[in-house]
Design a protein around this ligand. Sequence first.
Ligand code: HAM
Length: 473
Amino acid sequence: MKKTRPPARTEGGAQTAESADAKVAKKNIRTPQLLRGMKDLLPRDEYVWQNMFLKAAELAKAYGFAQIETPVMEEAALFIRSIGRSTDVIEKEMYVFEDRDGTKVGLRPEFTAGVARAYISHGMQTLPQPVKLWSFGPVFRHDRPQAGRYRQFHQLNCESLGERDPIIDAELIVIAYNFLRDLGIEPRVDINSMGSPQDRARYVEELLGYLRTKRAYLCEDCKRRMTKNPLRILDCKEAGCAAVVEEGPQIIDWLSEASKQYFMKVLEYLDEVSIPYMLRSTLVRGLDYYTDTVFELFAEAPVKEPVEGESDTEGAAPSSAQSALGGGGRYDLLIEQLGGRATPACGFALGLERIAAHVRALQGMHDPATDPDRPRIFIAQLGEQARRRALHVIEDLRRSGLIVRHHLGKPSLKSQMELANKYGATHTFIIGQKEVQDGTVIVRDMESGIQETIDQRKIRVEAEKIMKTKTVG
Ligand code: HAM
């Protein structure tokens, strides 16, 4: 006879009404959505992101950089004074709000300002100079989301503070270049000099004089920029503006002799280590603190973003030619402007989401089953006693530095074997009721299917032997 559940006892049908209410309420529950322009980094992204972090840490160590973690939130004034009130980043993109005690705070739109603040607040000018600092973490800009453009994204940031020497600028470019190269990307470096503030003032005057005669050909944004931030007109993407700019005066011709010499030295050092670069006279960067050298890095072979499996980006992809993988430059006046001692500095930041997209396009999705560093052994168990035994085995092996895969739930032996294959295990150690009693373990070669029984005390030695042969397949 088919068993049916007895109806819930109700007082005057109250229970029934309640569950109907609950159903209605459930229907009305709205699952919170990911914010626009934000992105989850999923387990499938782990391999690429960990690899980027490890490469960054390796390079930082090689070039003598120490890691610094500044807060994601600082006084909004720090960013406004550093990046410049009339830049897009501050005017349109920074997340600013009052916190609960009325302090006006900003989510960092970049690292440089926070690092400069930390340099001052920790008295780093007393350390041997330059102080070289690197960071890896999230930054926030309320930008219009597109492929490769997010509202929370990550940067690898390097700053060298306390010395003015063209070789430092060149070294930073070399580091950024090598980071990309190590990840398999062929980088291109665009470079320019913005000279000293005096050079720039003379140039802006000249540029404005020229632009006034061409005002009719400029877009509305650029007309506005003429009074607010004329240098931004140089990298306007509108065809009309670009044509006007191309005919106009170039900043390089307005550099003082000293600024020119400085820039030439940077280029010579880049030549010395065969870093290919392209002089781009319109490169002025979107942040106000730069002096002298400015640069941006691109991929020689751009990928179309988003890549396969990424459905969380919106709108049209920006032309890849426009999406820089990184940028940076010298900022000799920032620390003084923030109230510190005059401290020349130079740095760069790389956009890690864009780089990750390139790495995935180049390498395809990571397959854990073929990773040469994957754990080669799967521990399978059957029955409660075996499960307890497996706990000890896994822990003993881990303490000896041997990482194994396992599934300690109650799956069948068959599904544990399937899992072992999925992980690319070359051997499975099987522990059942009998093995617990005999103090043994079955070692199964996953390829040949050959099984042998060994003493449980020999597990570690056997595991070490298997791990040592890991270069084979
Ligand atoms: P930035 O050019 O503003 O420079 O940003 C560096 C990189 O961050 C860009 O080249 C790009 O790859 C990435 N990026 C920028 N905005 C987004 C976005 N909305 N979504 C995804 N990626 C983005 C700076 O931030 C300076 N602080 C660099 C620096 C350090 N200069 C001196 N020291």
